[in-house]
Design a protein around this ligand. Structure first.
Ligand code: NAD
Length: 445
């Protein structure tokens, strides 16, 4: 099929590359000229495992093209995907300005019948708004091409996005038109070799809602476990054992019940907020989902509080080595990362930071911690330790899982670890003479 994917961020670029990999002819369109020029040369703006070779292969095979010219790309297009950002608006709702701008542009440039797919995460009712925006422009042009707006929310996880897209747990297609549904079914058929059961079709509004509910459910699991961790710590229980104890119940399961420093990233915080807002707009107070957000806001600061409890309110003259800045491993994405909040808390109290992350340091340096003084960046995890008064682990990258603890001890001013992701064995660390602070378990002398 001839496809256009509008927006070449994490979702658009991965979707475009994966559709091209299946033999479709895909043009990825973006307004960011520099990004497009780089992509044409195979330079990828984000870190996503496996993406670079896939893009290069499909450029070479002439299945993947990059352009800033939406008009040209729509000339032979059968399905156009909207994959632009839907950031948090000032009132907490999803800001649809980019989505509706693209809808108007499609209306302006389409020259034949078209299926328009909302792949961005958009609130219930957005397909109607996209339809109205396109219809208005088509009417102004005095033309009447048929089109259908389909909701096909994306569930990929950054860091494992290619795998998620190529072998999806499910693909949700919300459509009120049988022909459009069939077209989507044939587009996704190559991704389901054994059975099409995992392509779930439904009405547009339910599909739009499904994405928010999935993210709110996952965020709820995280906040629930973080709340449990905080209680465990107070009553002298070990959340790591409690986690294993409850996960063995198949109704609960082990996934997504790890305590930590709170969720971040480009999706959970904004999507949880947007769902609360949607409910409020319909006169309903989403109590539980609101609490999920409150618990998360508090959790982001738990590690900083542990540092203050150990060293006192005034951290001037102290240096902390930070391992991990990205909101999760295997990505350079720092949007809403707990590290931003924790580092700011420490710096506010006078601390000096020595940070290392395998992929996110450029993002931190140039954007998310640009205005935060006293943060120095190092090329390796061990270099950050020299002269530091403690190490603080904030992202569970594999390379942090089993470090050389003798080296840590030798480099740090004192053997103290604050672990925001419960990665280490406290018994072993205590034996080695470390002071070890983790989430959801009292640290023993
Ligand atoms: P992003 O911010 O990384 O990328 C958006 C891109 O859209 C940018 O390159 C921007 O230049 C481009 N753009 C903006 N306006 C445009 C226009 N008028 N024409 C062409 N391009 C335009 O966003 P993302 O992380 O890929 O997220 C996109 C959507 O997918 C959001 O709604 C998000 O919630 C959703 N989503 C994201 C993820 C994720 O893990 N990042 C996962 C699932 C769903």
């Amino acid at each position: 099929m001839n496809l256009t994917v509008i927006g070449t961020g994490y979702v658009g670029l991965v979707s475009g590359a994966c559709f091209a990999e299946m033999g479709n002819r895909v043009t990825c369109v973006d307004v960011d000229t520099k990004k497009i020029e780089n992509l044409k040369k195979g330079i990828i703006p984000i870190y996503e495992p496996g993406l670079e070779p896939m893009v290069a292969r499909n450029i070479e095979n002439k299945t993947l093209f990059f352009s800033t010219d939406l008009k040209e790309s729509l000339r032979k297009c059968e399905v156009a995907f909207i994959a632009v950002g839907t950031p948090m608006g000032e009132d907490g709702s999803a800001d649809l300005k980019y989505v509706l701008q693209v809808a108007r542009e499609i209306g302006e440039h389409m020259v034949a019948p078209l299926i328009v797919v909302d792949k961005s995460t958009v609130p219930v009712g957005t397909a109607d708004k996209v339809t109205a925006a396109m219809r208005e422009v088509l009417d102004a042009r005095g033309v009447d091409f048929s089109f259908h707006v389909v909701s096909n929310p994306e569930f990929l996880k950054e860091g494992d996005a290619i795998n998620d897209f190529m072998k999806p747990d499910r693909v949700v297609v919300g459509s009120d038109d049988a022909e459009a549904t069939e077209k989507m079914r044939s587009l996704y058929a190559p991704f389901f070799r054994s059975s099409m059961d995992r392509l779930i079709t439904m009405d547009v509004r339910s599909a739009e809602m499904t994405k928010y509910v999935a993210n709110a459910m996952l965020a709820t699991k995280i906040s629930f476990m973080n709340e449990v961790a905080n209680i465990c710590e107070l009553v002298g229980a070990d959340v790591n054992k409690v986690r294993i104890g409850i996960g063995s119940d198949s109704r609960i399961g082990y996934s997504f019940i790890y305590p930590g420093s709170g969720y971040g990233g480009s999706c959970f915080p904004k999507d949880v907020k947007a769902l609360i807002k949607t409910a409020a707009q319909h006169g309903y107070t989403a109590e539980l989902i609101g609490a999920v957000e409150d618990v998360n806001d508090r959790q982001k600061l738990v590690v900083a509080q542990k540092v203050v409890d150990r060293f006192g309110e005034d951290l001037s003259g102290l240096t902390f080595a930070i391992w991990g800045l990205a909101f999760k491993p295997q990505t350079d994405d720092m949007r809403e990362a707990p590290s931003i909040y924790i580092i700011k808390e420490l710096v506010k109290r006078g601390a000096q930071i020595q940070a290392y992350d395998p992929k996110a340091m450029d993002e931190a340096r140039h954007f998310y911690l640009k205005d935060v003084p006293k943060v120095a960046y190092f090329d390796s995890k061990y270099e950050t330790l020299k002269g530091a008064d403690a190490m603080i682990l904030l992202t569970e990258w594999k390379e942090f899982r089993s470090p050389d603890f003798e080296e840590l001890k030798a480099q740090l001013n004192a053997p103290i670890i604050f672990d925001g992701r419960n990665q280490y064995n406290d018994g072993k660390l205590r034996q080695m003479g470390f002071e070890y602070y983790q989430i959801g378990k009292q640290s023993l002398p």
